[in-house]
Design a protein around this ligand. Sequence first.
Ligand code: NAX
Length: 338
Amino acid sequence: MAEPLRVCVTGAAGQIAYSLLYSLGRGEVFGPNQPVTLFLLDIQPMLGVLDGVVMEMMDCALPLVNEIVPTADPQVAFKDIDFAILVGAMPRREGMERKDLLKANAKIFESQGKALDQFAKKTVKVLVVGNPANTNALIAHKCAPSIPKENFTAMTRLDQNRAQAQVAARVGVPSNAVRNVIIWGNHSSTQFPDVRHGDVSIDGKHVPIYEAVKDDAWLKGDFITTVQKRGAAVIAARKLSSAMSAAKGIVDHVKDLWCGTPPDEYVSMGVISDGNSYGVPEGLIYSFPCKILPDHTYEVVTGLEIDTFSREKMDATAKELVEERDSAMTFLSADANL
Ligand code: NAX
């Protein structure tokens, strides 16, 4: 057996974590031969609830779970960790302005970035799920200068899965027959789900999605808005936000980061823009198509042709990210390492 991986999940008493922890403990993410030590961080008032989660995890009797450490102290939660899955965030309450949400989360991700900088391994991989995920990831990265910026990613995998599933349902194939759907930009309603470079496996042949769907108006209209507004549709129906599907998105994202993507396939992740790809401003955490290598590093897929329709949508979501960044930065303390 390998040495246990040290994995921290924040927001561990919340609903996404409740759906996620079992998969982490069962080996669905890091594989059937990789034990894990789970550091579960939540805020002090939630420690009672977290105890219940720990009891349940114990009662699952999962042999790959080496140890579970519930805590409200980031120093304990981040100590020498290999992976940080940052789910915990301040939710948007009724009557709360977007600015107030950004402010509350800027503070959380500033302090968690600083704590990662101080206590985590320098090789730690950080996935930010808590919203606004891209901007929170940017803040955590800015506040953790000793950790490579490429180690910070934001989750748009749930959006990718939603897009893939919509196309699969439309064509009448299983979801894994659809590949290379791209989510560009922000994990918000401005994101651009782009199927122009993707294909569907039909009778052993890879057929471009536009040819397989045979309905350009749908692909350029309702398909995009359905994916963009899917989170709101789930809330309207369930009276709670996506949790099971969000946990599956985390599993897919982290598993691919750990194991790599198959040849000829790419996945979407919010990653730091170097300013040289697709005209996206440098320094934003923007969702791009990425190939992940077996050594846990990634490359943004370059050279995809971008038409006018896509360009407009990619620019609109970049503009929103610039505004979010500029607004969030004003909330950080003077000593944040910007
Ligand atoms: P819950 O409200 O069920 O759980 C959040 C947990 O985070 C709570 O237990 C809370 O006490 C904890 N928390 C708050 N501040 C914390 C801090 N400073 N340190 C540690 N823990 C803290 O929310 P849940 O449904 O689990 O969603 C969590 C986050 O994921 C939200 O921000 C949500 O908007 C975001 N999502 C992101 C998605 C994505 O694709 N990127 C999709 C799903 C989800 O909407």
